[in-house]
Design a protein around this ligand. Structure first.
Ligand code: TYD
Length: 207
């Protein structure tokens, strides 16, 4: 049996990172082999590309191509081999983030991102995606006082509204895969919602 591919998404400050570790632990408690990884990054080269793309000023096409260059390495070296040997992969951000941030936030448009998504080999897509959704004010409050902000976190409000709207469009187009989590609720409430959703997913996928 091949493994399952789960991604976590959302605008900066949605709290997704807090839930990633919990998800990985929960899956391991079910006896599954889990590979926990992130984008951009996930390989030594990918982490170097992450440094560049988060901090270095560059054009939008370059930015988008770097996201996909890192993704290509990640897919080939880490994600595809893990799934093939039956491991589950939990990835903090994936291609939906490019649709949201470059496609929406930076207004590249979904069609250009789709060209690169189709170009990627192997053409793996997540089996389940949790989209942590919060209004802008909540996201901003959670980011306040954080370590130095990267190029994306420093963007203006309109950028985040466009990014969030692009995430919503993705979720509306693929409701079976992308589950929207109301992350403005208290942590315990969010956690319970995740627990229920994970149980349903496991019942269908880890027989
Ligand atoms: P993030 O998960 O927020 O990292 P951290 O929690 O360490 O701050 O991801 C880093 C940033 O990269 C985030 O602002 C969104 C951006 N990003 C894109 O713009 N496009 C992409 O395709 C990906 C994967 C991330």
């Amino acid at each position: 049996m091949t493994g399952r591919f789960i991604t976590l998404e959302g605008v900066d400050g949605a709290g997704k990172s807090t839930h990633t570790a919990w998800l990985v632990d929960s899956l391991r408690q079910h006896g599954l082999e889990v590979v926990s990884t992130r984008e951009p990054g996930g390989t030594p080269l990918g982490e170097r590309l992450r440094e560049l793309v988060l901090n270095e000023p560059m054009g939008l096409d370059t930015e988008t191509l770097i996201m996909f260059a890192a993704r290509s390495e990640h897919l080939r070296q880490v994600i595809a081999p893990a799934l093939a040997r039956g491991a589950w992969v939990v990835c903090d951000r994936y291609t939906d983030a490019t649709y949201a941030y470059q496609g929406g936030g930076r207004e590249l448009g979904a069609a250009r991102v789709a060209e690169l998504e189709h170009w990627l080999r192997p053409p793996l897509r997540p089996d389940l995606t949790w989209l942590f959704d919060v209004p802008l004010a909540v996201a901003r409050a959670r980011m306040a006082g954080e370590r130095q902000l990267d190029r994306f976190e420093q963007e203006a409000e309109a950028f985040f509204e466009r990014t969030r709207a692009a995430y919503h469009a993705r979720a509306a187009a693929e409701p079976g895969r992308i589950h929207v989590i109301d992350a403005s609720q208290p942590l315990d409430t969010v956690r319970r919602a995740l627990q229920d959703d994970l149980q349903r997913f496991l019942a269908r996928n880890a027989a």
